[in-house]
Design a protein around this ligand. Structure first.
Ligand code: PCA
Length: 341
């Protein structure tokens, strides 16, 4: 009797545990069912510092929401082709994306404000220009159904070449790799052939000799083994372009409000981290580039003069296509800069 009771008690105890386990499992699967996933498309390689910052942002979002929100990062244009990311996120083919802002300059000159040559002279200037332009870019994204999360700069853009360049007219006849409208204009002005190449195809384009000159960061030069062909590298410091990470606004609005706040707060943190990473990457990658046989050079006085004139010309041209809003941004930037110096 007493043994029956014991076993009866233990049976009901076991049943109780089973019920507990089953309901715990169903709670977990309900949470998983509720877990939100946003796919993030980026054109850039997994090991690039932008993508690593994005991955770290995604992990931070996942931890802060206890796995409730997952950002799945697809590097190298694997989810959407680089040129299709902006429209793809707008149209809901991916929930979020990363693009370099100036690749969108043909849609609106505002997107090209950070790639007018020789407007900023370094990271501090780049930061002031971002302070002056951020709200405008945010509004422009919003008008496209997108929510800006953060923006992080590439290191300064320098000139690579297979042969020495002492003046800009030396670009004549070269195959200049281009990634935005400003670079196409430079090719046109100096009689170079513009060859549009996405970052994901750049290693092959260099190895295959499709291009013999380019303007990009030491990071991208290193990642694409530029030094195997282009052993001249001039620190012209042409501009500091930024990548922006954004999400489809309608999709974002469907997330629980607390989750939205978490994402926006972390986006701020990862913008700051991204800027720091960019500065550190610049120094490090330029030193690494030199080790691969690239001659890291300061531009000749003639080249410097040409660059200054090019900057003035492209600023004028940009202002022609721009409206009062764009002019205001540059004035606001100049004001901030004169106060800072
Ligand atoms: N690397 C990217 C964009 C700017 C940069 O430094 C590229 O060359 O495509």
């Amino acid at each position: 009797m007493s043994s029956q009771m014991t076993s009866g008690r233990s049976m009901s105890g076991r049943r109780f545990l089973c019920v507990l386990a089953v309901s715990a499992l169903s709670l977990i699967s309900a949470a998983q069912a509720r877990a939100e996933t946003l796919r993030v498309a980026t054109p850039y390689p997994a090991l690039n510092f932008h993508t690593q910052n994005l991955q770290a942002f995604a992990s931070a979002v996942s931890s802060a929401t206890n796995g409730g929100l997952k950002l799945e990062v697809y590097p190298n244009g694997t989810l959407l082709k680089p040129a299709a990311i902006f429209d793809g996120v707008k149209d809901g083919k991916a929930e979020a994306g990363e693009v370099m802002l100036s690749t969108l300059a043909q849609r609106d000159p505002l997107f090209g404000v950070d790639s007018i040559p020789f407007v900023v002279s370094g990271y501090n200037d780049a930061r002031l220009l971002w302070d002056a332009s951020r709200s405008h870019i945010e509004a422009l994204m919003k008008a496209n159904g997108l929510r800006l999360l953060y923006a992080v700069p590439w290191p300064p853009q320098n000139l690579y070449s297979e042969t020495p360049i002492t003046r800009l007219s030396d670009l004549k006849g070269h195959r200049l790799r281009t990634y935005n409208a400003a670079q196409k204009r430079i090719a046109e002005l100096y009689g170079a052939q513009a060859v549009q190449v996405e970052a994901a195809d750049l290693t092959a384009a260099i190895a295959g000799g499709r291009i013999d000159t380019m303007v990009t960061s030491p990071s991208t030069g290193l990642e694409t083994k530029a030094g195997q062909r282009m052993t001249y590298y001039y620190k012209v410091n042409a501009w500091i372009p930024k990548n922006a990470v954004f999400v489809n606004e309608a999709r974002f609005a469907k997330l629980p409000p607390a989750m939205q706040q978490t994402v926006l707060k972390l986006a701020k943190d990862y913008e700051t981290r991204g800027w720091d990473a960019s500065r550190q990457t610049y120094e490090r990658d330029e030193a690494e580039l030199a080790k691969t046989g690239v001659r890291v050079l300061n531009p000749d006085v003639t080249l410097q003069g040409d660059m200054r004139r090019l900057g003035e010309r492209l600023t004028r041209e940009w202002l022609h296509t721009a409206g009062t809003e764009e002019v205001d941004i540059l004035l606001n930037f100049e004001n901030k800069r004169s106060k800072a110096n």
